[in-house]
Ligand binder design. Sequence first.
Ligand SMILES: CC(=O)SCCNC(=O)CCNC(=O)[C@H](O)C(C)(C)COP(=O)(O)OP(=O)(O)OC[C@H]1O[C@@H](n2cnc3c(N)ncnc32)[C@H](O)[C@@H]1OP(=O)(O)O
Ligand SMILES: Nc1ncnc2c1ncn2[C@@H]1O[C@H](COP(=O)(O)OP(=O)(O)OP(=O)(O)O)[C@@H](O)[C@H]1O
Length: 666
Amino acid sequence: MDELNALTAAMAQEGIRRLLVISGSPAWSLAQAMSLRETLPGDWLAVSPQAMPGAHCLPGALVTLLGREFHHAIFDARRGFDVAAFAALGGTLRAGSWLVLLVPPLVDWPGLPDDDSMRWSDTPEPIATPHFVQHFCRVIYQHPQTLVWQQGQPLRIPVFSPGPAWHPATGEPDAEQSQVLSQLMPLSEGIAVLTAGRGRGKSALAGMLIRQCSTTAIVTAPAKAATDVLAAFAGDKFQFIAPDALLASDNTADWLIVDEAAAIPGPLLHKLTARFKRVLLCTTVQGYEGTGRGFLLKFCARFHDLRIFTLEQPLRWARDCPLEQVISAALLFHDETFTIRPQGRLQLTAVAQSAWQRQPSLPAALYQLLSGAHYRTSPLDLRRMMDAPGQHFFAAQSDTVPAGALWLVEEGGLHAALSQAVWAGFRRPRGNLVAQSLAAHGGSRFAATLHARRITRIAVHPLRQREGIGHQLVERACLAAKACDYLSVSFGYTPELWRFWQRCGFILVRIGTHREASSGCYTAMAIRPFSERGQAMAAHEHQRLRRDLPWLLSWIEETLSLSPCNDAMLNEDDWWELAGFAFAHRPLLACIGSLNRLLLQVTLALPALRGRLSQQSESTLCAGLGLSGRKALLTRLRQETASALASVDPVRADLLRQQVTKLQFF
Ligand SMILES: CC(=O)SCCNC(=O)CCNC(=O)[C@H](O)C(C)(C)COP(=O)(O)OP(=O)(O)OC[C@H]1O[C@@H](n2cnc3c(N)ncnc32)[C@H](O)[C@@H]1OP(=O)(O)O
Ligand SMILES: Nc1ncnc2c1ncn2[C@@H]1O[C@H](COP(=O)(O)OP(=O)(O)OP(=O)(O)O)[C@@H](O)[C@H]1O
């Protein structure tokens, strides 16, 4: 322990942090971690799915601690490894800290189920994650600055050659911060974005801006607790208002400063930024879910005169910190920067998941291309890509880096009874995004029984786009999926992206009615059918979309290149769908078309239904009708639909009620 204390003191002087992996039985590993906590002074934080003595946080709650700082931490991965939380924790640790990681015995680990897989594998039970575990172990052994302490062996502390002394920042802006401040201070209007890795001094810089400017500023962020650093640097002028409260208020100031901006839903952020003349958005660019990369690619892409700033130099710790390096290598944080043009003849190849064992550099390059080019890719995807069942990959390989990557996941094949229960809204099992949505929001009760592959990600290197590579990758995937009923895709609708999918032979079958928080776009779903059943479903769903379009368009602010079909009569599909809404749990917005057609047939007052379909807000309707809330309103909407159906044809309505309610029992 003396050696460990001496090493910890040296780490503080050098400004670095290290990873210590403790591997063994659950009880033994925990006992060692607890004794370390007794030995090394610090404000230890333990991150674990189970309660732990001292300061404790659940892995899922760690995002609320972004921007906070700790001295030493324990991350409990004995039963499951939430790698994004692990990385987030690494970013909060001050110079001279240990990140103590608890894992199962290394020999057993690849074969043990990982509880975290329930978040990404779409399996009913946790699965083993051998590819990730082997990759992680490879990385820790390639980083000799990482210590591994295995049960049955002593903790060996190597003699590291001393590094240079660290000179922490003084409190005054450092060279990079001064540079950015000198450009921000004179700004009279516009939106500035400050992106950087963890601990680069973004929040401190925002605080300095507030203190140094003669103007007023309001700070907002997902959690006030995460603004400690900003507040310390801003001094007396720090004024925090939570995002929702700010939107609801008339408060204004010369500057709006948004810390951890990427963690605020896009539409809300958009409304907030529109209210202020000068805006500074700060965000981290490492692959936690919904962070900087996606933020730049999607949210910021809509502002033309955006000023983008970045900070390279870490300030919470020294350059080349071993902990930062090992986390970055384990989670492939070094995105493709797209500076090298993929050269030479391209080869389209299928890449199996087992490539992570045989030739890990290839799937790693595909992941880096996807996360660099695609706003949604996160460490969760890395784990899914490595170990979830039913994944398929294609690469457009060049002589240098990959020029394109395509990732598909198997979907559908649900039992007929389950598909009908999904259609009725009684069931929503994991996974099968498009297959289930075609049943739950579409018009076919048996939609989820078809076998499909969904394109979950596609990206082409920016220096090779519009050369037909994306199209070729899709064709290659089609060839490999010919035995399926159809290929599907779900994407944030933009006219450009839809044009691409259209050119690849996809048929639009659904458009969502809410903008996605991450992209600010409506979700669209499209399919390319192969089999007869697939073709029949594509035609049916496309026609349904065109029939519903006249009403759907009033719910979405987007122009679609799709011609509406004017048909106001109630058909067989409508009757089923209305019964599914009235007597089961189908959502209102999945039935907009049929409900509107129903209203055209009846003269009953139906105040809730008519009000909601003419887009009166739920709260206004509840107040007007004396209802206690959304749930009561939905019940009323279903009752009014049932009475409308009965007024048109009571016998048919009753027969359908019996058929639909039976769908919950199978
Ligand atoms: C499920 C998902 O992954 S959805 C998200 C898709 N991925 C992304 O948005 C990541 C960033 N974008 C990309 O990587 C690429 O732009 C892709 C994958 C969308 C398209 O790849 P590319 O190789 O550039 O497309 P490709 O050259 O094959 O285009 C085929 C046709 O689609 C259409 N198209 C492609 N991109 C565009 C565009 N930006 N604007 C308008 N039309 C387009 C064109 O009609 C094009 O044919 P043309 O060039 O002869 O006119
Ligand atoms: N100029 C400075 N002088 C002294 N300390 C500084 C300076 N700039 C930043 N720091 C300190 O460095 C640490 C990291 O800074 P800060 O929290 O602003 O980084 P960040 O990029 O916002 O980090 P995160 O991504 O984790 O939120 C903090 O402890 C902060 O107090």
